[in-house]
Design a binder for this molecule. Structure first.
Ligand code: HEC
Ligand code: HEC
Ligand code: HEC
Ligand code: HEC
Ligand code: HEC
Ligand code: HEC
Ligand code: HEC
Ligand code: HEC
Length: 395
């Protein structure tokens, strides 16, 4: 049973208490416990070592009001919202559309997402487990789709094992309990009880690696095949991300374009980024994204600067004269429109390889392979775009 808990653990400077508890926590057993693994580990830990527990974002607020207030405004806080039998008011979708879930159909528990791509709904089944059901609202297309399993029955996935690790904070997969819905402070900083008690003595983790985001912005399954997320990632130790987790292969046609490089499915940013020049140059997620800064209802992707200003920070030459670089004045196309084209989730999510995908790829791999140019030039075909591309970029 070793290592089967989703623990976002502290690995601060070598001298810390936390280091010891990493070992202890990694080996927790299947005993039921009222709160996450940390509690249990505390019992097993040597008496002088205090294992940090998850205490929740509200506890951090007292001393970190600035980070708390801006984090509150990120989508990270508002992904999973409670619903109940007879009460779907926290759903965002238009429930008058055909195929929508009915308020008294199930013992509803959560509405999930609904901000840009899709909304899903979870309910409690007869056994008492929370499952994600068959209803999927496609937001860009404004329509409901009914998902089916392999046998053709309405889909019902175990919410903890398939979704829980990425949509909650402090999940222990053994006890099937988590500490907080959504992405709280401790999803990125690790359990904070000791730090909150005495911040001068106990540091907390600040993990600036792309892996810290990649623990959720990834697709695949853990090596046991049971969980859809990396269960043994240890914050501050980027190498642990892929230790017990197999990302989807690039040959997976349902998730990657035929060039076997660019994703065509959402939450694969870490995989795309890993194949980019930015990964090689160690330009991580937080170089471009501010982890605390958000804007609910106005999707800005929590970026560190607006539009082309972000890229201009490091790419002076292309930004100074975009027309010379790419044949388009600034008011016609942005850096992101070519280098992060929104080709995923009915146009709601962008690729993260930063490749301006050439129309030649469409000609080579066929219609399934989208390119950066025809995303805007929809009335033109790939042959036209290919010729123009070759003319502009002299390739
Ligand atoms: C009792 C007050 C208090 C509470 C509660 C508290 N902190 Fe802190 N925290 C501090 C102080 C003081 C510092 C040190 C600030 C400095 O050195 O600039 C700090 C520093 C930090 C840092 C920066 C560490 C670094 O190495 O740069 C992070 C991240 C952090 N806290 C996160 C949290 C989180 C997450 C929680 C909730 C689980 C939390 N804090 C709860 C007082 C607190
Ligand atoms: C514990 C899981 C988890 C971690 C860790 C995590 N994310 Fe997320 N992130 C999510 C989920 C889930 C969503 C989707 C929320 C929704 O749509 O309701 C999301 C959404 C986002 C968005 C979309 C916001 C928007 O306005 O469209 C950005 C940007 C983002 N995350 C960046 C990051 C970065 C950068 C990091 C690392 C510093 C990170 N995330 C770490 C789970 C996580
Ligand atoms: C999605 C991941 C993520 C979440 C959620 C998150 N943080 Fe952070 N936090 C980071 C990262 C990464 C850094 C380092 C940023 C940098 O140096 O650019 C950081 C830095 C900090 C710092 C150091 C000072 C600063 O602002 O850079 C404090 C304090 C802090 N976080 C507190 C919190 C608190 C409190 C919460 C919850 C209200 C929280 N964080 C939620 C990822 C996160
Ligand atoms: C490995 C982590 C991970 C797992 C497992 C996971 N998700 Fe997500 N999910 C994310 C991240 C990260 C995002 C946001 C990034 C993106 O959309 O590209 C997201 C986005 C979503 C969205 C779109 C939100 C919106 O506002 O449009 C929905 C709905 C969703 N997830 C539901 C689920 C359900 C249901 C499950 C389980 C069957 C699940 N997720 C499993 C990480 C995960
Ligand atoms: C924090 C600095 C930084 C920021 C911000 C940044 N880049 Fe980069 N970028 C680099 C570095 C460093 C390299 C690698 C060296 C090089 O090729 O210039 C690179 C390489 C690239 C490359 C060529 C390599 C490849 O993967 O194809 C492209 C294209 C690119 N960046 C586009 C962008 C775009 C578009 C933005 C804005 C969304 C952006 N960059 C923001 C630092 C940055
Ligand atoms: C070089 C800058 C850069 C880096 C590095 C980067 N992103 Fe982004 N990201 C962007 C930009 C720009 C957008 C907005 C694209 C748009 O809206 O046109 C974005 C959008 C997103 C979104 C919102 C969904 C979407 O596609 O619009 C998520 C989620 C996200 N990034 C996650 C990540 C994660 C996780 C990492 C690290 C593995 C990462 N990003 C690395 C620049 C970057
Ligand atoms: C109309 C589409 C388009 C726009 C807009 C665009 N680029 Fe590019 N960019 C490309 C293409 C195509 C390449 C060449 C790809 C290759 O390597 O074959 C490229 C290459 C790059 C490179 C690699 C080095 C080089 O110059 O060849 C960087 C860095 C870059 N772009 C940054 C930017 C930045 C920053 C912006 C915004 C100011 C931007 N691009 C706007 C299409 C575009
Ligand atoms: C963000 C959307 C966008 C993207 C992405 C984009 N373009 Fe454009 N393009 C425009 C706009 C807007 C114009 C100006 C149209 C006008 O003035 O009638 C334009 C004009 C052009 C023109 C000159 C007008 C003409 O019909 O002769 C060419 C050629 C062109 N684009 C080729 C490309 C190629 C090649 C790519 C891919 C590398 C590309 N575009 C990517 C929006 C885009």
């Amino acid at each position: 049973m070793e290592g089967k808990s989703r623990l976002t653990l502290a690995a601060v400077g070598a001298a810390f208490v936390v280091m010891l508890t990493v070992l202890v926590l990694g080996a927790c057993t299947a005993q039921p416990a009222a709160s996450p693994a940390a509690k249990q580990a505390e019992k097993q830990a040597p008496a002088q070592v205090a294992a940090p527990k998850f205490v929740g974002s509200e506890t951090c607020r007292a001393c970190h009001a600035k980070q708390y207030d801006s984090w509150r405004n990120t989508i990270h806080t508002s992904m999973v919202r409670p619903i109940a039998k007879g009460d779907l008011k926290n759903a965002k979708a238009d429930l008058t559309l055909p195929g929508a879930p009915k308020a008294d159909q199930y013992d509803w528990v959560y509405a999930i997402g609904g901000w840009y791509k899709e909304e899903r709904y979870a309910y409690r089944n007869a056994k008492g487990d929370v499952v994600t059901g068959e209803f999927e609202y496609n937001k860009p297309r404004k329509q409901f789709v009914l998902r089916k399993d392999k046998e053709g029955n309405p889909e019902a996935l175990d919410w903890i094992n398939s979704c829980g690790g990425c949509h909650s904070t402090g999940l222990n997969v053994e006890t099937r309990k988590f500490n907080e819905l959504n992405i709280g402070c401790e999803a990125c900083h690790g359990p904070g009880s000791e730090h909150a008690k005495d911040s001068s003595k106990t540091k907390i983790v600040v993990d600036k690696s792309s892996e810290a985001c990649g623990q959720c912005h990834i697709r695949g399954s853990d090596t046991s095949g049971k969980y859809g997320f990396p269960v043994t990632y240890q914050l501050g130790k980027p190498d642990t991300l892929l230790k017990d987790f197999k990302p989807i292969p690039m040959t997976d046609a349902a998730s990657v374009f035929p060039d076997q490089k660019n994703s065509n499915r959402h939450r694969q940013q870490f995989l795309d980024w890993g194949r980019s020049g930015h990964a090689k140059a160690n330009v991580t997620c937080v170089a471009c994204h501010d982890p605390h800064q958000g804007a609910l209802n106005e999707r800005k992707a929590d970026l560190r600067a607006k539009g082309n200003d972000l890229c201009a920070k490091c790419h002076e030459k292309q930004s100074r004269d975009q027309a010379a670089h790419a044949g388009h004045a600034l008011d016609k196309a942005t850096c992101a429109s070519c280098h992060l084209p929104k080709l995923i989730g009915s146009g709601s999510v962008s690729t993260h390889t930063f490749e301006a995908i050439a129309p030649a790829k469409t000609l080579q791999y066929g219609e399934k392979m989208a390119n950066s140019c025809n995303t805007c030039h929809k009335d033109k075909n790939a042959e036209w775009a290919d010729q123009q591309y070759k003319r502009i970029f002299k390739k």
